[in-house]
Design a binder for this molecule. Structure first.
Ligand code: MN
Length: 440
């Protein structure tokens, strides 16, 4: 396989839609994107349903199916989209995902004879609310940014920040899926046990070191049977798509509880994802070469393939912004805290899938991986407050004069993501945001 044959007519940057808002510069949802979400009209009593974003609109796929204007695999795929969530469609696999994408692309292209019919299925994004795009059965959080792992490790082990397994094993832990919510789900500051380094005993109370983690969420489409690992060559075919993911973290609770079995209540109180899943196929133009420093251990054979070397990494720009309560009251726009790219990840999506299943573990449709905090090589590319404030030692000053070491009540953290490069259409992920409420 070459990179060229990962691309098809749906990626053509010259494609233009009959829907004007889809053609606007820097719009996240041009015709080359076509991401999926679960939505309904705000306040509507009806069930959530599956939709695809185009410009500033959502295509109601249940309504589109009822029109019976697609045929073959695309119509079969649409039938599986007539549910509140995407799991059934995600389980169908690449052939059906691709057929529906191609049919939608053609129907949305300027000059399509289907324009009037598709227009009848459009709902303004401004009028909708979102649910989780799929039922997330299991959630695994990886730790794939070596820059994050190194700077966090330095705080504990200045001379030897990376543990000896890091360059061999895509490190992860099994997270909690029940508390993953969709963007806009505000949550209360967690309470728990913490112990200051100088204290002799722990105390109980609201978290004092609340943090965000800028990650991407990776959704499994079609899973594997127990006992049958997914090879690295097959891995990408099992990945339905990617969203933005904020893995909120209570650093003081984490510091006390994490040994010997890893994070627990410091992570499971809330995690937030963006409503839109950008499909693997839409991301194809942004696949990039993956390399491993010659001085580092090279991956073991089950984590190595030519395909992974040639285009295993994904160039997704990631940005974190903050809007404090005081900024909100004085109508100041959110300000950027940091920006990085998923391309700097030490391990690829294919390696995560191959590693996760190599012991025979089965993945199921709708399972989600967190990528781990995506910090880049430069200090200003750090994907968490822990790194930006040097574990609270160096407060960040915001443009309005407020300072932060960790997050305060009323802070809204916003994450955005997009892909752009010469010769391809810019596509975006929308955003994920949530505001921290005071503890009870
Ligand atoms: Mn995390």
């Amino acid at each position: 396989m070459t990179k060229t044959n990962l691309l098809n007519e749906t990626h053509n940057p010259a494609l233009v839609s009959w829907l004007e808002s889809a053609n606007a510069k820097n719009n996240d949802f041009p015709i080359q994107n076509l991401p999926f979400a679960s939505f309904k009209l705000k306040g509507d009593k009806a069930d959530f349903r599956v939709g695809v974003a185009i410009g500033d609109q959502v295509i109601d796929l249940k309504a589109l199916f009822a029109l019976n204007i697609f045929d073959g695999d695309a119509q079969v795929a649409l039938e599986q989209c007539c549910q509140a969530q995407l799991n059934a469609f995600m389980a169908m696999g690449k052939r059906f995902w691709s057929a529906l994408r191609q049919a939608l692309s053609q129907a949305l292209t300027q000059g399509s004879s289907l324009q009037a019919k598709v227009e009848s299925c459009l709902v303004a994004q401004a009028d909708v609310e979102y649910a989780l795009p799929c039922q997330i059965g299991d959630y695994t959080d990886f730790y794939t940014s070596i820059h994050h792992a190194t700077s966090v490790g330095k705080k504990f082990r200045p001379d030897n920040p990376l543990l000896p397994n890091y360059k061999w094993v895509p490190i992860g832990y099994h997270g909690r899926s029940s508390s993953i919510e969709v963007s806009g789900s505000n949550f209360k500051r967690p309470k728990g046990q913490t112990k200051a380094p100088t204290a002799t005993e722990p105390s109980f109370g609201p978290c004092k070191r609340l943090d965000y983690e800028m990650e991407v969420g990776i959704f499994i489409g079609n899973g594997n049977a127990i006992g049958e690992p997914i090879s690295i060559e097959q891995a990408e075919d099992h990945v339905f798509g990617i969203c933005l993911f904020n893995d909120w973290s209570a650093r003081d609770i984490q510091g006390w509880e994490y040994q010997p079995l890893g994070p627990f209540l410091s992570k499971s109180f809330a995690s937030t994802i963006s409503p839109w899943i950008v499909t693997s196929e839409a991301l194809a133009p942004y696949k990039a070469q993956w390399t491993r420093d010659v001085a580092d251990p090279q991956p073991l054979p089950y984590l190595e393939s030519q395909q992974n070397r040639d285009f295993g990494s994904l160039d997704i720009s990631l940005q974190v912004l903050i809007e404090t309560e005081s900024m909100r009251k004085s109508a100041q726009a959110p300000v950027q805290l940091s920006q990085s790219s998923f391309k700097d990840s030490y391990w690829t999506v294919a390696q995560m899938v191959a590693h996760h299943t190599v012991n025979g573990c089965n993945l199921r449709s709708g399972d989600m991986f967190g990528s781990g905090t995506q910090s880049g090589p430069k200090p200003e590319e750090a994907g968490s407050m822990l790194e930006l404030s040097n574990a609270g030692a160096e407060p960040i000053t915001l443009p309005n004069g407020e300072t932060r070491t960790f997050l305060e009540d009323g802070d809204c953290v916003i994450m955005k993501g997009w892909c752009e490069k010469a010769g391809a259409a810019r596509i975006g992920f929308g955003e994920v945001n949530a505001t921290i409420l005071a503890a009870d």
